[in-house]
Design a protein around this ligand. Sequence first.
Ligand SMILES: Nc1ncnc2c1ncn2[C@@H]1O[C@H](COP(=O)(O)OP(=O)(O)O)[C@@H](O)[C@H]1O
Ligand SMILES: [Mg+2]
Length: 272
Amino acid sequence: MSGGYENRSNKDATITNTVGKGEFDPHPGTGHPMDTAEAFLVGDSMTGGYGKGPDILHDCTLSVNPGEIAVIVGPNGAGKSTAMKAVFGMLDLRQGSVRLDGEDITNLSPQDRVVRGMGFVPQNNNIFTSLTVEENLEMGAFIRRDDFRETLAQIYDLFPILKDKRRQAAGELSGGQRQQVAVGRALMTQPKVLMLDEPTAGVSPIVMDELFDRIIEVSRTGIPILMVEQNARQALEIADRGYVLVQGANAYTGTGKQLLADPDVRKSFLGG
Ligand SMILES: Nc1ncnc2c1ncn2[C@@H]1O[C@H](COP(=O)(O)OP(=O)(O)O)[C@@H](O)[C@H]1O
Ligand SMILES: [Mg+2]
């Protein structure tokens, strides 16, 4: 981590609708599920797949609290994106539930979940390439009836390069800058929770560190972050909660530190 976030100016927590700091006390060891029932966002025992196809998720549980970064890792095809889509309401669950701030939202549409405070940055096609950076951000504010100029200013404060490039087509930006647009777009709704599917996909290690710093900065404003990452080791280093998914199921769960120290996790998922 380059640690540059300490020097950034965006200390204004009004970018989020925070609900206060969560306390989190995991079970010892990584083979046990973590406390989820009371968490701010919970995808609880989710089972389901796409349409009439086979189940992809099998009793999969994910959760995150304010002030925390929860990281989902696992092999390609493990169902990480599917689990995120399930939490966002893009999948019909056969079993299980999704709860946000104590409310059961299992049957809400994705749009209604956005209104309730979910910000989601999908893995693919997460910006409008032909629109300008600023138009992308403005699109993000589609549910808002109030003046979103202040939020826009906060996002430019968080991602200064986006302000410089605000009149440029988003499609002309680098991979890391596009991801900033995507995250910024999600923040425009002032979400209560932010879900990111591989925010550092295809970027250099330096840009990855940059993005992680910005994600930590958002997290420090109190907004819970649930994210999928393929850079497992680096992501677990910043994770308050870590989930290793294998074949649609929870294989290992613990704090990032616990998972990084677990010999089985190291051997199978972190390259030793
Ligand atoms: N839209 C879809 N329709 C049907 N099956 C899908 C769809 N998206 C993903 N899958 C299947 O779901 C499984 C998990 O995929 P995915 O959630 O994308 O994994 P990951 O994100 O962990 O790489 C894979 O077998 C994949 O082929
Ligand atoms: Mg994926």
